[in-house]
Design a protein around this ligand. Sequence first.
Ligand SMILES: NC(=O)c1ccc[n+]([C@@H]2O[C@H](COP(=O)([O-])OP(=O)(O)OC[C@H]3O[C@@H](n4cnc5c(N)ncnc54)[C@H](O)[C@@H]3O)[C@@H](O)[C@H]2O)c1
Length: 413
Amino acid sequence: MRNPEARVQSPLSNFLPNQPAWEKKAGLRGARGLTDHPTPAAGGTTPAAAAGGPVPPLDLGSSPRQDKHLNFTELVAKDTGAWGGRGRVLGGQRGGACLGVSQNMSSNLRSARKFLVFLGKSLFSILEALIFGLIPKPRKNVAGEIVLITGSGSGLGRLLALQFARLGSVLVLWDINSEGNEETLQMAREAGAMRVHAYTCDCSQKEDVYRVANQVKKEVGDVSILINNAGIVTGKNFLDCPDELMEKSFDVNFKAHLWTYKAFLPAMIANDHGHLVCISSSAGLVGVNGLADYCASKFAAVGFAESMFVETFALKQKGIKTTIVCPFFIKTGMFEGCMTRCPLLLPILDPEYTVRKIVDAILQERLYLCIPKFLYLMLFLKSFLPAKTGLIIGEYLGILESMEGFTGQKKKV
Ligand SMILES: NC(=O)c1ccc[n+]([C@@H]2O[C@H](COP(=O)([O-])OP(=O)(O)OC[C@H]3O[C@@H](n4cnc5c(N)ncnc54)[C@H](O)[C@@H]3O)[C@@H](O)[C@H]2O)c1
């Protein structure tokens, strides 16, 4: 049970941790210098002080007080030794009360300043976003950067490799499919890459990720752009989906991101330079039937990348950027057989177009990229519309049937 007496504290105790420098200079030491004052109990001198001995420190609220009937000024006066009885606050000791008032004022000024800085920064960031919404943000130079792409053996990964080859980056290609990865390596060389390194790596295996990562650090150097792109899909209703496949979805689509960050983020922090790219999906923002394990793993990937973005901000690692990519279906073969009923708003995306958008977002250091733009509106609607309305919209747009014709990966890009 709470002790009601415990709430009665010396008014000075509020100020104790923040004694300002001017006050220290003025000789108001320790607990407002009060331990040097005679501490009268109810108007008198303490026995210790009277005897010329050391005066015990004030009781600042650790034990119940008997004087809670006193008003603020009286309490201050009492604690500062100016208490001469009810209605007799001794002259020259009003400083204690003034001190409290001036402390309050300076703390209010500090809060007001903090609020104004917050307001200024927020408005500036909104203005910046508006301006860069109208005119394109300058693109950074990635020539010579070491770019690691997982799942580079086909699809988006391969096309990303070709784009970065044209931009003069050093390429590190990871895929479980050695043959497809070698093909990408050849294509990247033809596209003008000066340095390309292909590694066979099963990203679903933590040990494999760490082993190959160490090899890369020794043979190529510190990765400065990490693109977590490898992905798989089972495409079954939840109860038809074998446990191993669901676990695999998580291992490739999400957990691999943890291990690659662990392997390459420390060097990025040491150099205060790096870019972390998460290829997630629109299924990482909105739940879809027939894709429960895929959606869950893609939501996890978004949550992880977003949290790491916040963590790097909180740790003031300003040189480390994050880009989170959430596209709708793309014609790479991964979602072969899936369809859209609303191609105007939710078209099945062209892989070349998607990769151009992704590379642009990386070069402009954008945090989020949703393709097509209609996904931003869907997210906005989801944030406030009733769930039932959301389902009606999903039904109308054909999202509930989009997985019906799914056959999965057949042809490669
Ligand atoms: N295709 C789409 O419609 C679509 C839509 C949204 C998001 N995405 C995402 O984009 C990314 C690329 O997909 P894609 O369309 O290019 O598919 P894809 O199948 O062509 O490419 C995926 C690549 O990942 C590799 N991979 C799979 N498991 C791996 C593992 N354990 N270790 C290493 N590599 C592994 C595959 O060998 C393949 O080369 C995926 O993360 C996917 O989820 C795709």
